[in-house]
Design a protein around this ligand. Sequence first.
Ligand SMILES: [Zn+2]
Length: 275
Amino acid sequence: MATIDGRREDALGPSRGMGGFLADIFRYTNRPLGRLLVDGLLAARALVFVGRRYVCPCCGWRLRAFTHGGMSLRVRPSGYCPRCNSKARHRRDWLLLESNTDLFAAQLRLLHVSPKYSLARRFARMKNIDYVAGDLEARPHVSMRFDLISLPLQSETFDAAICIHVLEHVEDDRQALREIFRVLKPGGWTLISAPIRLDHPTYEDATIVAPADRLEAFGETDHVRWYGHDLADRLTEAGFTPELHRASDIDEATKERFGLLSDENVFLCRKPHAH
Ligand SMILES: [Zn+2]
């Protein structure tokens, strides 16, 4: 069965001790009290980490160090933001969205697939965005449940779509891409990212299904492939005009300032006006 459940990739990171317990409250409850508790604890932790060295673009917090995620107080270089639990990839994606899209200026309808807390909490509050967030399971910030290979959404009704580290979980990723293409308006854009090895072709094997085997072959127990440079071809097949933004092109000062890693290659794709 196709899955877009990115539980292992959840914004709060690995479960561990009391932090893990609180992270689980966060992951699995939509109850206002639980949400308030987690938001309050993150805000309190942010005070412990206030500083001048780094900036998290996702929440705007200025901090002295990144952490291990959850509610951890342990320092981890280029780890999670202590205020919003963004991962390095979310900070990279945020900066890319700021500099290369109209997400922060235009009035637009946004589809966010399998949203993570650090991004969803901001998008949901932005006045210029009509925000629709969907996932297979009910989770915080998820406004509708769906399977990405069969979206219960009208064609050509979104200006933009964001799909971060989802496709590597989806068996029929070509169908998923066709669905994203379908619901976008002509001229609309989508940010697509996934684990990509640019020096390899895509590696997938439908006979590898056991979690331990998938971990060994694809890097995670619930991944079904490693993408290669030819992800661009799949995007083109779906109808998009893809534009690759390489992690290796990020300058060192930006990496240092925002706590980025060199592993988030991103495709910004445009749905042509006439097709
Ligand atoms: Zn943050």
